[in-house]
Design a protein around this ligand. Structure first.
Ligand code: NAD
Ligand code: LMR
Length: 329
């Protein structure tokens, strides 16, 4: 029995993600919350012939109910980018949205696993951590920034130049954060050796880092990635749910490194230093983060340099998130 709440369920990501979670056989209860349009979305999805119960929660006065007695909360609520914007430009609106939603989760399901999709992930995850700390219930093993789309893109973009590779099974660790040059794909550690030229590595790295911009540009003002994100979010949620049910699964995700300081050591030596939050490959277990996976070999000089660039940008993003909560008492 796994109860899931999706906050922002009527949005571009929220709708297909809700459908995909309705198809997940482990899910028994699906609470769909939004401030608009969610009644129809829930009615529609509730007709899909799987066994879970779907309930709709419309408007702020239903938020507490939506997040009561749930095991897993997925948050895609907030505004998406338009061409010309960075993810950090979304902070002004999304910071307050994520803060309010996590406060409600903390008050009503303090042990819930929380997966944050809302951008800028590099700052919204620290916001969530700070809210939970303020409530005295913070467990860094149970809070995740969803960076799965970067991993999904890495596999698919490699296949674009190596058509014999199976994109569905290829795994490339992507570490760092979730915006531009904070996204660091470790192509040298792909699950299948790739034998890429320096030019191919540079082009692929850039495409993975700015894959989100490709979609924002193509949608031309109508938002950012929604369908691929719903796929990625459902994949992460499924890995976490299977872990809660006793399997060991591995996904890269943006976490508080305090979740496993011993495992974080290898990444700290790589140049992450004292940074609090970083995306790393994580083994998931019944209590959330079971351990941070070790690096599978030696990183290249180029990957080490990319980490240094990411760390500088991440440091500022993380402080922005933490300070937002600390100064908004
Ligand atoms: P959208 O505008 O289509 O949907 C957002 C939904 O959130 C809307 O239905 C809106 O009503 C709802 N919402 C707004 N304020 C709310 C609140 N206080 N409580 C509950 N719901 C609220 O946007 P989208 O395309 O679904 O994107 C959502 C977010 O996900 C954006 O911030 C976007 O940047 C981010 N995103 C992240 C990733 C990632 O890889 N982590 C990928 C794609 C998009
Ligand atoms: C993405 O990577 O597609 C998302 O973070 C949305 C965006 O703004 O690019």
């Amino acid at each position: 029995m796994v109860s899931v709440a999706i906050l922002g369920a009527a949005g571009g990501i929220g709708q297909p993600l809700s459908l995909l979670m309705k198809l997940n056989a482990h899910v028994t209860k699906l609470n769909l919350y939004d401030i608009v349009n969610v009644t129809g979305v829930a009615a529609d999805i509730s007709h899909v012939a799987t066994n879970s119960e779907v309930k709709s929660f419309l408007g702020a006065d239903k938020l507490a109910q939506a997040v009561t007695d749930v095991d897993l909360v997925i948050i895609p609520a907030g505004v998406p980018r338009k061409p010309g914007m960075t993810r950090d430009d979304l902070f002004k609106i999304n910071a307050g949205i994520v803060k309010g939603l996590v406060e409600a989760v903390a008050d009503n399901s303090p042990r819930a696993f929380i997966c944050i999709i809302s951008n800028p992930v590099n700052s919204t995850v620290p916001i969530a951590a700070e809210v939970l700390k303020g409530r005295g219930i913070y467990d860094p093993k149970r809070l995740f920034g969803v960076t799965t789309l970067d991993v999904v893109r890495a596999s698919r973009f490699v296949r674009d130049i190596r058509p014999k590779i199976d994109a569905a099974t290829l795994r490339i660790p992507v570490i760092g954060g979730h915006s531009g040059n904070t996204i660091v794909p470790l192509l040298s550690m792909a699950s299948t050796p790739l034998d890429l030229s320096e030019t191919e590595i540079a082009e692929l790295t850039n495409r993975i880092q700015f894959g989100g911009d490709e979609v924002v540009k193509a949608k031309d003002g109508a938002g950012s990635a929604t369908l691929s994100m719903a796929y990625a979010g459902a994949r992460f949620a499924d890995s976490l749910i299977r872990a809660i049910k006793g399997e060991k699964t591995v996904e890269p995700t943006f976490i508080h490194l305090a979740a496993d300081e011993a495992g974080a050591e290898a990444y700290r030596k790589l140049g992450v230093g004292s940074l609090e939050f970083f995306a790393v490959p994580v083994e998931l277990g019944s209590q959330g983060v079971a351990r941070i996976m070790p690096l599978n070999g030696n990183v290249t000089d180029g990957e080490r340099e990319a980490v240094a660039v990411a760390v500088n940008a991440l440091d500022a993003n993380i402080s922005t998130g933490l300070n937002f909560v600390r100064h908004s008492a």
